[in-house]
Design a protein around this ligand. Sequence first.
Ligand SMILES: [Zn+2]
Length: 165
Amino acid sequence: MNDAYFLKLAIDEAKKSLDESGIPIGAVLVKEGTVISRGHNRLIQNDSVILHAEMDAIENAGRLSYEDYRKCTLYTTLSPCPMCCGAIILYNISRVVIGENTTLMGAESLLVDNDVEITVLDDSECKDLFDKFTKKHPEIWQKELDKVGNTTEIKKVDNCPIDNG
Ligand SMILES: [Zn+2]
């Protein structure tokens, strides 16, 4: 089983969200080749402010040990936002596979700066799913963007204490 296989499972989760009239973003957490949890964006379904797909998958995995988190790869259909990157960094998840980052860019550089290995698959199905949703429901998506000040990238990069030379 490879990255494409696990990303496909994350895409299935994104579709599940769409079926629930939610935002189509999905994620799965994989430990040493075994799926340990799945999640999808539940902001609309649960009237939540934190249940992004990645947070949902991490939450659904339960409370793992440091060693277990280190062995995990998180697959997500869309570039993760600063909140999700924060959880990934906090729990020392060692690798993140991202479906795509062209429809929306997240805080990937935060992951790289914190030694998280990232792989971007540039997957067309992930792009289509998200693109179709934002075009079909621009009012729903704009409302989400408004809440976060119109960006899911890192804020105030210039003030970032990390010196990359
Ligand atoms: Zn997020």
